[in-house]
Design a protein around this ligand. Structure first.
Ligand SMILES: [Zn+2]
Length: 196
């Protein structure tokens, strides 16, 4: 159970504050009932990101036996989100609506603000994000470069993203799992076999 997880950076403060160092062992104070729990490091399916295919490796998970609550501590969440953003910009497949929403949210842009850069309107952005329209291949590529250009911590990646544009597959049937190592901020894509 992962109640009320919020991906905004500020929302993680209490969770991080709950991780206490005691006697050489890291313990975690349950955010629901205050019981001290020994967390385990594991891989977390990061559905709270709004993306269905992202797995965070090296996340601290504290299951509270007393109340059944689960606290998940993501170290430096802003950096993790930036790593996900860069991974999406270098995704092997056409951008999905959910990925677009993640990128726009990472930039802190409204639909109107992003639309202005793409010479379109927020209705179009909304249709893309909801999956009602598929993002076209040219906009897909422009969006990847734009995201890197508009985040000063990603600017240096523009040449690598530009080179990657040649390798994007537009096959809508091919799905991928995205693994993010939260410690090293590295990522890898794994192809998912389609059921057919
Ligand atoms: Zn508890």
């Amino acid at each position: 159970m992962v109640p009320g997880l919020d991906i905004r950076a500020g929302a993680w403060k209490n969770k991080i504050k709950g991780a206490l160092q005691s006697g050489g062992k890291v313990t975690h104070e349950c955010s629901n009932c205050g019981t001290l729990v020994k967390p385990v490091i594991c891989t977390h399916h990061y559905k709270e990101s709004g993306l269905p295919n992202v797995y965070l490796q090296g996340v601290e998970v504290a299951d509270c036996a007393a109340c059944g609550n689960t606290d998940i501590t993501i170290p430096h969440p802003r950096k993790v989100h930036r790593a996900i953003t860069l991974a999406i910009a270098k995704s092997p497949a056409r951008l999905t609506g959910r990925e677009l929403r993640f990128l726009r949210t990472h930039l802190g842009y409204s639909g109107d603000q992003l639309a202005a850069y793409l010479h379109t309107d927020k209705t179009k952005i909304s249709k893309w994000e909801k999956g009602e329209d598929r993002i076209g291949p040219s906009n897909d590529r422009l969006i990847r470069l734009l995201v890197a250009a508009l985040d000063q911590d990603l600017v240096e990646n523009i040449p690598v993203i530009a080179a990657h544009l040649l390798n994007i597959t537009d096959d809508p049937k091919q799905n991928w799992t995205l693994n993010i190592d939260v410690e090293n901020l590295t990522y890898s894509y794994q192809p998912l076999r389609s059921a057919a």
